[in-house]
Design a protein around this ligand. Structure first.
Ligand code: GLY
Ligand code: MN
Ligand code: MN
Length: 439
């Protein structure tokens, strides 16, 4: 994120909402650790999503502490400025500048955390933190609690309750605010441009990794920091491997190419899948499968609106796909039988979507008290039906090794859903036209 675009008020408001939800006690949210890839090389740093959601602070070695109550306070513990370390690793805000810029009530050096926490927890009824995520943090939290308990004879009360703060945050993050939606629309636009670039770069004889390189180039060129997950670039039969990421095969004339790729922009993911012919024209059998998946996606999207249950889009997609499998002679028997015995799962084995946000499979429960939850305006999710026909003796020959998925990102509204990824072509006419435009 360009720091000139940074609006601390959004993060201050989220911290207040968390403080209100916590009601009493102290909430502690550490960011993610830096991770070594090998020897002295680190993986590119990615902050913790919950921490980022509440702070907008991208540096490692930082911890957010929210003291709930009538006058809630937000404290940041972060790295101190260091002339020496900044020569090697670059700029650090330091507590003073971070406090000011990110709208905290106070900030301290990260090295002071273990000394400060027992003081902050004294006379507090509860400690809220991500329980059980990292044994080192669990151990640290216990040390803080024991340090307060040691003061019992001096009349100091220690927290008696421990809560997992993630449950509250998971629910908060499910409804996106205007700032988040702005970033998500932008991430979707960048990702759609990358898919268009990939379509135009595709030819028989190129390798899947060459197309992967086009995707990554377009993400980064447009300012996205990372791919939101490793791109799947799967030609022909590879499309039937759901998590195919080796991306090392040659593209063949007559095959389809399935690309599942989305960028991460300022922490927010896009997640798009498109499937199109390597040599620009669909075969009749590929066309049949493609149109079927597209129809399933239309059916699913028409059920994405406020008030509908989470499972309705999936059920609509499954119905269309199962009927199509019968029509294509992939399955025998009746539609009711296919649905009841779930025989369609041989060719459609995943669900039709997931929440989308800071995490590509974002937070939030899909069921509440055992019932599929109702969609609410402001939720964002993917709609991604597919059909994966592995070669087998009982499969009509023309359909063997065809894998198709079509995936878009949508925002729930009170009317029709908003398709954030509409700039990625998907009708057969639009796909063929885009690929014709290539010299
Ligand atoms: N790209 C991950 C998914 O579609 O769920
Ligand atoms: Mn997805
Ligand atoms: Mn995907």
């Amino acid at each position: 994120m360009k720091m000139t675009d940074f609006e601390p008020a959004r993060y201050v408001a989220r911290r207040r909402r968390l403080a209100a939800a916590v009601a009493e006690g102290v909430a502690v949210l550490p960011t993610a650790p830096e991770r070594v890839r090998n020897r002295d090389s680190h993986y590119p740093y990615r902050f913790d999503s919950h921490f980022w959601y509440l702070s907008g602070f991208a540096e490692p070695e930082a911890v957010l502490v929210i003291v709930a109550g009538k006058e809630p306070r937000s404290l940041l513990f972060c790295r101190e400025r260091s002339a020496e370390r900044e020569i090697w690793d670059g700029f650090r805000h330091g507590p003073e500048a971070a406090c000011e810029r990110f709208g905290f009530d106070a900030a301290y050096p990260i090295a002071a955390l273990d000394e400060q926490m027992p003081k902050l927890l004294a006379e507090q009824p509860a400690l809220h933190y991500p329980v059980g995520v990292d044994p080192a943090w669990d151990g640290r939290a216990m040390k803080w609690l024991n340090a307060v308990r040691e003061q019992a004879r001096a009349g100091v009360a220690a927290p008696q309750r421990l809560h997992d703060v993630r449950a509250l945050l998971d629910e908060m993050r499910l409804l996106k605010d205007a700032g988040e939606l702005g970033v998500m629309r932008h991430a979707a636009t960048i990702s759609a441009a990358a898919h268009r670039r990939a379509m135009q770069a595709t030819r028989a004889g190129r390798f899947e990794y060459e197309i992967e390189a086009e995707l990554l180039y377009e993400f980064r060129r447009r300012g996205a920091q990372f791919p939101a997950y490793w791109p799947i670039v799967a030609g022909g039969a590879n499309a039937c491997v759901l998590h195919y990421v080796s991306n090392n095969a040659a593209l063949r004339d007559g095959d389809l190419l399935l690309i599942d790729a989305g960028c991460e922009l300022d922490g927010y993911a896009a997640d798009i899948t498109r499937t199109f012919p390597v040599s620009r024209r669909f075969s009749p059998a590929q066309r049949d499968v493609y149109e079927l998946v597209l129809e399933a996606q239309r059916a699913a999207m028409s059920r994405v609106r406020a008030g509908r249950r989470w499972n309705e889009p999936h059920e609509a997609a499954v119905r269309v796909l199962a009927q199509g499998m019968l029509d294509l002679k992939l399955l025998a028997g009746s539609l009711d039988e296919a649905l009841e015995k779930e025989t369609y799962k041989r060719f459609y084995m995943h669900r039709t979507g997931h929440w989308l946000g800071l995490d590509v499979h974002d937070t939030g429960d899909y069921k509440l008290a055992g019932e599929w939850r109702a969609l609410v305006a402001g939720m964002t999710l993917t709609v991604e039906p597919g059909l994966y026909i592995r070669a087998a003796d009982d499969v009509p020959e023309a359909l063997r090794d065809i894998g198709v998925r079509i995936e878009d990102d949508v925002l729930v509204t009170d009317g029709e859903c908003e398709v954030l990824t509409a700039a990625a072509p998907k009708s057969i006419a639009d796909l063929e036209a885009l690929m014709r435009d290539v010299a």
